[in-house]
Design a protein around this ligand. Sequence first.
Ligand code: NAP
Length: 251
Amino acid sequence: MKLLQDKVAIVTGAARKRGIGLATARLFAEHGARVAILDLDPEETRQAAAELGDPHMGLVCDVTRREECDAAIQAVVRRHGGVDVLVNNAGITQKRGIMEVTDEDYARVLDTNLRGVLHMSQAVIPQLKSRGGGSIVCISSLSALQGGGVFGGSHYCAAKAGILGLVRAMALELGPDNIRANGVAPGLILTDFSRGGTSDEYKHEKARSFPLRRVGQPGDIAGACLYLASELAAYVTGVTLDVNGGAYIRP
Ligand code: NAP
């Protein structure tokens, strides 16, 4: 069964080969969606879209820039006639102690992880309304729940926790328009997110203590996004889905 047949989906930060975003874009495409990959690097974005092939598209878009978000959505609407699903996945991290976070660090991390979600959601919401509804999925983090993880500093935890507040507010306000908003909180996932700061071996070793005894794969998060984007989750809004192999189990 194809869960997103003929839907138009946008995934931000989706060009990295080993990233959660591209895994999500691939899975959405397999399920019949027409996908727009948004990311920073033009060549990487072109290659990622080329991998998916026609009718999927790649657009350069820095989510910290409102005008680029608006322009990207307009380009998708021109090509596909509307938008049904947005996955706010773009993110960066910095490993810092609380006393090391500078104003520049704070602005960079909050702007990308949190302001970017606001920009993209604001750009997409009118489109979802005009289609009679849709789904917004926002990638938060286990760091938001437990105050830290393997990669993130305190500003990253704050940004990822802020996303969950934004998700709940959007769920409340947009529910009457049949727009659902949900979060996904990944645990330790095998990507290049730390940009070499943490080896794959370390992640595998660390994950041995998790209840499911393995590190997460990008596809594990893609599966959660697919569920929340699809009609299987038609009555689900305002939640955060923990996808962490049991590394953190809420009371
Ligand atoms: P990733 O491969 O680094 O993916 C993040 C993507 O976002 C990259 O392609 C990056 O582009 C892009 N990006 C950064 N700033 C952007 C901006 N201003 N506008 C548009 N795109 C931007 O890492 P990932 O692990 O797949 O992370 C995806 C999401 O999962 C992030 O939100 C992250 O916080 C979250 N997450 C990851 C983990 C984990 O263990 N990996 C755990 C919890 C949460 P560049 O490559 O050009 O920088």
